[in-house]
Design a protein around this ligand. Structure first.
Ligand code: ADP
Ligand code: MG
Length: 559
């Protein structure tokens, strides 16, 4: 059979761009084997026939002479259809867009590929050919499957008789990669990448050198655990190194890069659960696909239950990756139960708080890193005030804007910074919305603010006007669109200025009437204004009308 076109492209790219990082193939294969064990453990909860009492484990061996590595698990295994679907196609949504976004620059592409998650196909970085022997738990021995490919566009598939269930993968290493067919090297890699994996990863015990030939034949090979095989999040924080946290992150997020920060918490008492939440450094390529990106894994009493649970965190925090391990939920919990369970609601509230606090702490202690976070995920966080009204104030603290203070397009001013620079007598926070930063910056509406030295937030993200509609105020100060209605600058305008304006309206009454009659169909009113310094006229939106940016969005949506 032929690989899906995308697989061919990905294989080609991966082999070239991950060359300097080739050892990750082992992490990916062990990660899959461990997932397979987790899945079987979960299935066996519902189906006794699948629980045969065997300890779930992953075994790794190498044959120097044959130049092969074998990775074997007794997990869930695959049927013929599973094999074709999983090892011949890429099911991920957005694959085509992903491939288009690649630049041909190896360094950048390897970053991107890391975010995409290369998984099984990374075998071909070091192997010239790969054999997969597998049998799905619950299927008879005759329904084993053998898959073979040299990674060049095609794979063969045939039925085989397989004695045990689970999957055995044999990598036929390229001649120049023979260094990996070395047990010492493999042990080190397992320690480095897979120590946190909760199923045992085993290798053959090194045979004592003096053992005689007869002894060897009699005793079955002894497998020993190479990793610590303990769910990382169950260990006390003080005993876990940063490297271990980072490796767990790689495993659950499929992201090659390191996380920006994380928060590990054990909660006991009324609720009983552990959470380990990570903020990634880089946004995944499919961040904007609101259906896809969910990074939480649910465990119940350390048993893996499901991926991508969406009940624990709101959409605007969809960039968070991590695990939740609850002792209060039944092992047979389903998505439907999760939706209606009241403990979930309490855990969710606590987790949202946890994430917002983690970001707040980062913003205070490491502003540079927070700025990096904002540039990757700020737009998602801006969905927050609309989705999570209860945490509006907390989210507002985390927002960053471009303002007329610097005039720079970089969004790095917090509302607190803004308030700190407010003029005497200024009671409101002013903003202007436009299609892009340049237009916002050059808006005639800003003239009077510039004259009086008042800072204005320059908003140009598509979501901004919508965000402001929900934010409304911060720290007791109203957020005001400068392009709206009668602009009242409160105490900043002097009495004289106010009087001068009234006088001007009187004096030019006839002119105003005349202009108004000329534009009778276009405008509601024509007034003298003090908000312009250099421009002769400008158009403003009524206090209760939809903003210009919002109107364009609605029009584009055909409303
Ligand atoms: P991912 O792990 O991100 O889903 P991979 O490319 O690593 O992507 O694996 C693709 C799929 O192949 C897995 O989702 C799984 O369904 C299947 N698979 C891979 N390895 C195994 C294995 N050892 N046992 C059972 N299924 C496996
Ligand atoms: Mg995988």
């Amino acid at each position: 059979m032929s690989f899906q076109t995308e697989v061919k492209q990905l294989l080609h790219l991966m082999i070239h761009s991950l060359y300097s990082n080739k050892e990750i193939f082992l992490r990916e294969l062990v990660s899959n084997a461990s997932d397979a064990c987790d899945k079987l453990r979960f299935q066996a909860l519902k189906d006794d026939a699948l629980a045969d009492g065997q300890e779930l484990r992953v075994r790794i061996s190498a044959d120097k002479e044959a130049n092969t590595i074998t990775i074997e698990d007794n997990g869930i295994g695959m049927s013929r259809d599973d094999v074709i679907n999983n090892l011949g196609t890429i099911a991920k949504s957005g694959t085509a867009e992903f491939l288009q976004s690649l630049t041909g620059d190896e360094r950048k592409d390897s970053q991107l590929i890391g975010q995409f998650g290369v998984g099984f196909y990374s075998s071909f970085i070091v192997a010239k050919a790969v054999d997969v022997y597998t049998r799905k738990a619950g299927l008879p021995a005759a329904e084993g499957v053998h898959w073979h490919s040299a990674g060049e566009g095609e794979f063969d598939i045939e039925p085989i008789e397989k004695e045990d269930t689970g999957t055995r993968i044999v990598l036929h290493l390229k001649a120049e990669e023979s260094e990996f067919a070395d047990t010492w090297r493999l042990r080190n890699l397992i320690k480095k990448y897979s120590d946190h994996i909760s199923v045992p990863v085993q290798m053959l015990q090194e045979a004592p050198a003096q053992e005689s030939e007869e002894d060897k034949e009699e005793t079955a090979p002894d497998w020993e655990n190479v990793n610590s095989a303990k769910a990382l999040w169950t260990r006390p924080k003080s005993e876990i190194s940063d490297e271990e946290y980072q490796e767990l992150y790689h495993h659950i997020s499929h992201d090659f890069g390191d996380p920006l920060t994380w928060s590990h918490n054990k909660v006991e008492g009324k609720l009983d659960y552990t959470s380990l939440l990570y903020i990634p450094k880089k946004a995944p390529f499919d961040l904007w696909n609101r259906d896809r990106v969910r990074g939480l894994k649910l465990y119940v009493n350390r048993v893996f239950i499901m991926d991508d649970v969406e009940q624990f965190l709101p959409l605007y925090l969809r960039f968070v990756k991590g695990i939740v391990d609850s002792n209060d939920l039944p092992l047979n919990v389903s998505r439907e139960i999760l939706q209606s369970d009241s403990t979930i609601e309490s855990i969710k509230t606590a987790m949202v708080k946890r994430v917002l606090d983690m970001l707040d702490k980062l913003a205070k202690k490491k502003p540079d890193e927070y700025q990096g976070f904002w540039e990757e995920f700020g737009q998602v966080l801006k969905e927050g005030p609309a989705e999570d009204f209860a945490n509006k104030e907390k989210i507002a603290k985390l927002l960053r804007f471009a303002t007329s203070h610097t005039g720079d397009a970089k969004q790095d001013v917090s509302l607190a910074d803004y308030i700190g620079r407010m003029k005497d007598g200024q009671e409101k926070i002013y903003y202007v919305c436009a299609d892009n930063h340049q237009t916002a910056k050059n808006s005639p509406h800003l003239e009077v603010f510039r004259k009086k030295g008042i800072e204005v937030l320059l908003l140009s993200d598509r979501i901004d006007e919508w965000l402001m509609g929900y934010l409304q105020e911060f720290d007791g100060k109203a957020l005001v669109d400068v392009a709206r209605g009668g602009l009242d600058l409160g105490d900043i305008d002097t009495e004289e200025e106010k009087q001068a304006q009234e006088k001007a309206n009187d004096e030019h009454k006839d002119l105003l009437e005349r202009v108004k009659s000329l534009f009778a169909d276009e405008v509601e009113d024509v007034r003298m204004t003090h908000r312009l310094v250099e421009s002769p006229a400008c158009v403003v939106v009524g206090d209760n009308d939809m903003g210009a940016q919002m109107r364009r969005i609605m029009e584009a949506a055909g409303q």
